[in-house]
Ligand binder design. Structure first.
Ligand SMILES: Cc1cc2nc3c(=O)[nH]c(=O)nc-3n(C[C@H](O)[C@H](O)[C@H](O)COP(=O)(O)O)c2cc1C
Length: 199
């Protein structure tokens, strides 16, 4: 754990439990389940995602948990449900999402850039302890895993899965400039099943 993180925990009046297992739950205030309205008031999706990023966490059918950093996405309302949208490339986390149709998103307010950079530049396909190596921890939200260090989180169930291709884009500059060097994203639109305040 780096000094900044130690200082932040100290400032927040938190401490890692003695013998806490990296990658497991922090000794921190219990997550609070909140209404979608409070969640939507708290998470400024544009600011959170563009400036502070988010962490998408999924558990596969064997129980394995992995997480990745995500900067693209949105929150909204569709089919009479509160929804979130994410765009996930051909990453290990996507494999786990596809196995269960479930994931969570933790949203951050500043800080944790270093940890999220690690999470967004290493793959759980090669590093099974990637979350711990990033200096992050899991929190249990009614039986579903999320990254504990976020300020807010939501637990999601996939409603729509669409693998993007060049033909989907009206603006041809996006496939040319963005996907020229990247694998195609899958767009997931997912129901927000529950919303949480983590810190
Ligand atoms: C700041 C930042 C934002 C990112 N946003 C996204 C995103 O929105 N969608 C995506 O597919 N990958 C995104 N990535 C890349 C993944 O997080 C990265 O490929 C990660 O290593 C995948 O991990 P995994 O293989 O363990 O699933 C982002 C990376 C960073 C550093």
């Amino acid at each position: 754990m780096n000094q900044t993180r130690r200082d932040m925990l100290k400032l927040a009046g938190l401490a890692l439990a003695t013998g806490a297992v990296p990658g497991r739950a922090l000794a921190a205030p219990a997550p609070q389940k909140i209404s979608i309205e409070e969640f939507a008031r708290g998470v400024d999706a544009v600011d959170c995602l563009a400036k502070n990023w988010s962490a998408v966490t999924a558990r596969g059918k064997s129980g394995e948990v992995n997480a990745m950093t995500a900067g693209w996405g949105g929150l909204g309302n569709a089919w009479k449900k509160p929804v979130c949208t994410v765009y996930i490339g051909p990453h290990y986390t996507r494999k786990l999402i596809d196995e269960t149709g479930r994931f969570s998103i933790s949203y951050f307010e500043g800080a944790h850039k270093q940890e999220l950079t690690y999470l967004g530049t290493h793959t759980g396909a090669e590093e099974k302890d990637k979350i711990a190596k990033a200096g992050l921890h899991l929190v249990d939200l009614d039986g579903r895993p999320a990254i504990a260090e976020g300020r807010w989180a939501c637990v999601c169930r996939v409603l729509l899965r669409h693998e993007l291709s060049a033909a989907d884009f009206i603006d041809a500059s996006i496939p040319r400039d963005i996907y020229g060097s990247l694998g195609w994203s899958v767009m997931y639109c997912a129901e927000i099943e529950s919303a949480w305040k983590l810190s």
